[in-house]
Design a protein around this ligand. Structure first.
Ligand code: GLU
Length: 305
């Protein structure tokens, strides 16, 4: 398969829609990103890499961080963690408060904000003041890259305008589903969302999930095969907020988006993928990025179905 040629074709085909959609503007720091960026990166398990566009430009990973924190929690706490967070699609926007109240403070899944915040709380019970460092260390480790950090300006902006996340945390605290200090949890969650990575780095960070939990570069086992299956299953069913069904229908791969315009995906036993284009569709997923992934699976036949 000539992957480079496929990526070039995709770039040409998405060109007309790169100006469609709207950049995330819920915090000033994200609004400053040049919306014309576009990148696709592929990291194959056999060591080959392919890319097109701004593959080394670091952007805000936002909700893609939820894949890493959930992976950490699954390996630490196993099935028991699902007493505090479900594994069903929410069918609701990523920051919805309504469903959470109905369902007594138990979020639908770890990939909506409320669910990811509960996961952060679980990690905080274990790691205390070191929690954010542990999250960053995990991401550096699965990426085989020490040059990863968070963007302080984005984190400050997230904290300043994080009224809705604070409301989610407080509501869950009232249902006793947050065990630690609400300000500490808000601080860690905003920092994890503010981590910056390039599409090249993110595609390589997905390799352990494409390979039953094992990083082939270092032979490190991060998850058991069964745990990796659960992370990937949730990416397929819950990875794109209330557009998760649409993403599965169009793309047919486990994937996770973030409002920074990035989307990660995996082809089991083959590769990690990351696309980036900052303009979003109505559900908060990269508009051209989703189209690029749809074209990728159509052209290569590499969907899981
Ligand atoms: N930091 C964002 C928030 O919590 C993450 C949203 C996202 O990427 O979906 O509002």
């Amino acid at each position: 398969m000539n992957y480079q040629k496929v990526l070039e074709e995709i770039r040409d085909e998405v060109e007309p829609i790169l100006k469609k959609g709207k950049i995330a503007d819920y915090i000033p720091a994200l609004k400053r990103v040049d919306p014309s960026h576009f990148a696709i990166s592929l990291s194959l398990l056999d060591g080959r890499t392919f890319g097109i566009g701004d593959v080394d430009f670091k952007f805000s990973i936002q909700s893609i961080s939820k894949v890493f924190t959930y992976s950490m929690a699954v390996s630490l706490f196993g099935e028991a963690l699902h007493k505090r967070v479900g594994h069903e699609p929410s069918g609701n926007p990523f920051n919805s408060l309504v469903q959470l109240e109905y369902e007594k403070g138990i979020p639908r899944n770890p990939f909506i904000n409320a669910g990811a915040i509960v996961i952060t709380d679980m990690l905080n019970s274990k790691y205390k003041a070191k929690t954010f460092d542990k999250i960053l260390d995990f991401i550096k480790s699965v990426s085989n890259n020490q040059n990863i950090n968070y963007d302080k300006e984005v984190a400050l902006s997230e904290a300043e305008f994080g009224y809705r996340n604070m409301a989610l945390i407080n509501m869950m605290k009232s249902f006793k589903n947050i065990k630690n200090n609400v300000d500490d949890i808000m601080d860690i969650y905003t920092k994890q969302c503010s981590i910056s990575m390039s599409s090249r780095e993110l595609s390589s960070a997905m390799l352990f999930l494409a390979n039953h939990g094992i990083d082939t570069t270092t032979n490190t086992q991060y998850l058991t095969s069964s745990q990796a299956k659960r992370v990937n299953s949730l990416m397929l069913t819950c990875g794109h907020y209330d557009a998760s069904g649409d993403f599965a229908f169009r793309v047919g791969l486990p994937g996770k988006s973030g409002v920074g315009g990035g989307i990660v995906a995996i082809v089991p036993e083959k590769m990690g993928i990351c696309v980036w284009s900052p303009r979003l569709n109505l559900q908060g997923n990269s508009l051209a990025g989703t189209k690029a992934l749809e074209l990728f699976t159509t052209k290569t036949g590499l969907s899981i179905f």
